[in-house]
Design a protein. Structure first.
Length: 275
């Protein structure tokens, strides 16, 4: 069996972790595996395979059937798969709306979700203009340095924000980045009052953006949409054009999310991720 690899091999690989991940990869092709078969696949002793499976079972990634002595995917592995699937569903649902926003202004657009104090850029469409902002799809950045992150943080109650940001000092990505929790909370209050969040060179020098939350019909903000451009193109009232257009698209997208959002944990609950 061939195992999926992405990118370069780590400089200092941890063999036991690699073996455990190879075991989990088995469930892509088959529903169950026995200790003897696992040992043969990994090229290890039966005792080693048994200890690997026992640890995966302890953490909920596999479950053991005592009658057949075989292992199958556990609740944690299924939960990870469902969460990834839900995220892909959101990306697929949001794509036409990103394209709509892109067609309207021909600036770079992003779809993002909150992960604690960080924001994950799920998808992006680049402007076709010579001077443009590159897509950040697939990257993770501090939420307080981005408009997409602040658009989602602005919807959280203060006690949850304090849990996400227990310290007063915040890391800076650029000289313009917000550097304190107090400053962040003031910025979030302004975002609530305006109905959109902004970033003026806080993540990348010379780049600005405006972002709005995407809320499902129950009112939970599950993602955010942004329009990003060089700061030189955010002058002369362009920001006032971008914000309402992004908000209208976000509302249309949010109206389509009842099935995808059903039963979803709120982004700030322990272990929860907005999707």
């Amino acid at each position: 069996m061939e195992y999926l690899t992405i990118g370069d091999e780590p400089r200092y690989p941890i063999e036991s972790v690699d073996k455990a991940l190879q075991l989990l990869s088995v469930f892509v092709a088959q529903e169950t595996i026995r200790v003897k078969d696992a040992a043969e696949m990994l090229g290890v002793a039966t005792g080693t395979a048994h200890r690997l499976l026992a640890m995966l079972a302890y953490r909920g990634f596999v479950t053991r059937d005592n009658a057949s002595r075989s292992y199958s995917p556990g609740p944690m592995l299924l939960s990870v798969g469902l969460r990834a699937s839900s995220r892909l569903d959101l990306k697929s649902q949001a794509r036409p709306y990103l394209e709509q926003l892109h067609a309207q202004f021909n600036e770079t657009n992003h779809l993002a979700v909150l992960r604690g104090s960080e924001v994950l850029f799920l998808d992006g469409l680049e402007s076709t203009k010579m001077l443009r902002v590159a897509s950040r799809a697939g990257t993770i950045f501090p939420a307080h340095c981005t408009s997409v992150g602040k658009a989602l943080l602005a919807g959280l109650p203060r006690d949850r924000l304090l849990a996400v940001y227990p310290d007063e000092d915040l890391p800076q990505v650029t000289a313009r980045s917000i550097s304190s929790r107090t400053q962040l909370f003031l910025d979030l209050d302004s975002a609530v009052a305006r109905g959109y969040a902004t970033d003026f060179g806080e993540l990348e020098e010379g780049v600005g953006s405006v972002a709005v939350p995407v809320s499902d019909p129950s009112g939970i903000a599950v993602a955010s949409l942004s329009i990003e451009a060089p700061l030189s193109r955010l002058a002369d009232g362009r920001l006032e054009q971008f914000a309402p257009a992004a908000r209208a698209v976000a509302e249309d997208l949010g109206a389509e999310l009842p099935a995808a959002a059903k039963g979803r944990a709120r982004p700030t609950e322990p272990g929860a991720v907005a999707k």
